[in-house]
Design a protein around this ligand. Structure first.
Ligand code: AMP
Ligand code: ZN
Length: 664
């Protein structure tokens, strides 16, 4: 088999397995085998850039950075839907439809998927473009980001699809993936996202497509728009879309009357909570495409479709008490303790009150009768108070002034919604939470030590901070509950092993507020040693790309504390990595800082990956495509002619491998 054939075969295999896994949910191989194939393809493509394909399955991992999203005019306008909220309104709609068309009318009922709408354009069976709805006339080109969504076919199956067509769908974030993302954010000391819908639509506009690729987004399709569809009804066109490899849910059903439509609506009003994603209603569409055409559009929406909106799930109950939770960063969250009430299939006992402003805005008081709602959020929220039921003697809520755990006076920084307990080193949930964060998987990943053991260790006065972990001895911990000889040994070994964890992860593990994994990497790369970071001023910090004032202030505050400085010095004395590896450091400079490179072709002395790493290690940026912002095109053998033409047109500096190596 030639290399080209091998590449082609791997692409087909990977596309097929993607389809089985993400569209049909019926995988035939495991993740490991999939990764092996993907790596093999990546390697072959890297070595043979002449076979580049923008729709190769390797493109799914992202990496392209879009600074400004290009505006694209929709070939077919993206209309809104008119809404209805009752049986009567649906019946009125049916009357209007019947007045305008002859003959029998059939309806397709679908769920209204709650996410961000997207228009996908296919040409010759390949994904060409993905554009957001925007104002309906024109939207943003988000193709690079959308390509990372595994269930969207980059190449279609079958052969009866029109040469060019648009297909529309909703980009969604299923509950499970959303909950997982939020759990990680909380673990990183970041605010959780409010709901799946906003997070899905926000994801489309992220600049870094690799970040989009990490989000468990999905895309459900509901409409093909083209002048030459090989189907005469909407229902059949959905089946065609499935045949071509699109993810079209199985819930849509064909109905013969509004009476049947209402049965569908009532069924899903109850069963929508069993779905893996959010839906806020049903969309009813006239099935016959010829009838659709006859009905046409109003100024805003098609006459041939209407949405029926479900009522938001609400419950009414009594707010018994407001309590306050302290997080690992000291952030205080007010919690409403409710008289247990049934809501959307679960018993709700607690609801989030967000922060002091929210309580004040809604004038929520203990003893109130409150309305509780459940949207896509994990914890339900209070949306209002039934003031008629309030006892006029109820006092206004006074927000906590002191930490419920340690009694320290709370503080609230200018411009921040949350109150904090500033007793950083003396407040039990902060002490325990911080050590739990330090040992967690993404931080120091200490094997043999779990979150509960940390609580035991702190409560037994064996440790007060994460530096103390390194002074623990086996004899100290053996008396702890359920601690056997072997597990004590594992724990000590795990702690010892954490001394090999690289600086950037240690920096993340320290638990500085707003310093998540990505920021920690940036800071580690920039400062190289903890001592340099410890002495950085706010001005120094904000001068770094993508470090804002909020982060800068937080880092400065952290190291303004004598205690934190001492803990850092102690960590260093125990052998924890508090600077970048000397070997790594030796190869790093700022020589290329401020320059963007595009690499194309095959090279003699170094591989493409080595080249990329050299650029990044020396402060430069690597981009996948040439634009006005590209400073250099590093050109190898067999470079793609289109890249060359573009570089010449834009006047980009074209340099050879030799010339690049000289730059360094
Ligand atoms: P609205 O934004 O309330 O005017 O509703 C129109 C939007 O509903 C469309 O732009 C789509 O993004 C979305 N939608 C969700 N599910 C469907 C569906 N099954 N059919 C048509 N539109 C849908
Ligand atoms: Zn406290």
């Amino acid at each position: 088999m030639t290399t080209e054939e091998k590449i082609k075969q791997l692409r087909e295999e990977l596309n097929h397995h993607n389809y089985l896994y993400y569209v049909l949910d019926k995988p035939e191989i495991n993740d490991y085998d999939f990764d092996i194939k993907l790596k093999e393809l990546q390697k072959l493509e890297g070595e043979n850039p002449e076979f580049d394909d923008p729709n190769s399955p390797t493109q799914r991992v992202g990496g392209e950075v879009t600074k400004i999203f290009e505006t694209v005019v929709h070939k077919y306008r993206m209309y809104s839907l008119s809404n209805s909220y009752s049986k009567e309104e649906l019946e009125d709609w049916e009357k209007r439809v019947k007045k305008l068309v002859d003959g029998n009318v059939q309806y397709v009922c679908e769920l209204k998927y709650d996410g961000a709408s997207i228009n996908l354009t296919y040409e010759n069976g390949e994904l060409k473009r993905a554009v957001t709805r925007g104002d309906g006339f024109q939207g943003d080109n988000v193709t690079n980001n959308v390509k990372t969504i595994r269930s969207i076919p980059l190449r279609l199956k079958g052969n009866d699809f029109p040469k060019t067509f648009d297909i529309r769908g909703e980009i969604i974030l299923p509950y499970e993936g959303f909950a997982k993302m939020n759990a990680e954010r909380v673990e990183n000391g970041e605010e959780p996202y409010a709901n799946p819908r906003n997070t899905a639509s926000g994801s489309l506009k992220l600049q870094d497509s690799a970040e989009v690729a990490r989000r468990p987004l999905d895309c459900l399709l509901y409409n093909i728009v083209t002048d030459n569809l090989p189907a005469k009804s909407h229902f059949k066109s959905l089946q065609k879309a499935r045949d071509w490899g699109f993810k079209v849910p199985e819930e849509p059903e064909l109905k013969n009357s509004i009476k049947e439509v209402l049965e569908y609506v009532n069924y899903w009003d109850i069963h929508r909570h069993d779905l893996p994603y959010e839906t806020d209603g049903v969309v009813v569409k006239v099935n016959d495409l010829h009838q659709q055409e006859e009905l046409g559009y109003t100024a805003k929406s098609p006459r041939w479709a209407i949405a029926y909106k479900f009522k938001a799930e609400q419950a009414i109950t009594e707010l018994k008490k407001i309590t306050y939770q302290v997080g690992r960063t000291g952030a205080i969250t007010p919690v409403a303790n409710l008289k247990p009430v049934q809501l959307a299939g679960t018993v709700v006992k607690r609801a989030s009150l967000h922060n002091a402003d929210q309580i004040e805005k809604l004038d929520i008081r203990e003893g109130d009768t409150v309305f509780v709602e459940k949207g896509g959020e994990i914890i339900p929220k209070i949306v209002g108070v039934d003031f008629k039921k309030r006892d006029p003697k109820t006092p206004e809520t006074e927000y906590a002034k002191e930490c419920p755990e340690c009694g320290t006076e709370l503080v609230r920084n200018e411009g921040e919604a949350q109150h904090y307990c500033p007793n950083y080193n003396g407040c039990p949930p902060q002490i325990i939470g911080r050590i739990q964060h330090y040992i967690s998987r993404k931080a120091m990943d200490i094997e043999g030590l779990g979150a509960e053991t940390v609580t035991l260790l702190v409560n037994a006065d064996l440790i007060e901070n994460y530096a103390d972990l390194y002074t623990l001895k086996k004899e100290d911990i053996l008396p702890l509950e359920r601690m056997a000889d072997k597990s004590a040994e594992n724990l000590i070994n795990g702690i010892k092993k954490s001394k090999e964890i690289p600086f950037e992860r240690v920096l993340f593990a320290l638990g500085i507020r707003y310093v998540g994994e990505t920021v920690a990497k940036k800071l580690a790369k920039h400062y190289k040693k903890i001592d340099a970071l410890m002495d950085a001023t706010e001005e120094d910090l904000v001068a770094i790309d993508e470090i804002g004032e909020r982060i800068a202030q937080s880092v400065v505050d952290f190291f303004a504390s004598e205690e934190n400085r001492e803990i850092a010095q102690r960590l260093k004395s125990y052998g924890v990595q508090l600077e970048i590896d000397a070997e790594k450091l030796a190869n790093q400079t700022d020589k290329l800082s401020g320059n963007t490179f595009v690499i194309s072709g095959v090279f003699e002395r170094v591989s493409r990956n080595e080249l990329k790493k050299m650029i990044e290690d020396n402060g430069g940026k690597v981009s996948g495509s040439i634009s006005g912002k590209t400073d250099y095109l590093v050109a190898g053998e067999n470079m793609g002619p289109s890249k060359l033409a573009k570089a010449e047109k834009l006047g980009t500096k074209i340099i050879s491998e030799e010339e690049f190596l000289k730059l360094l």
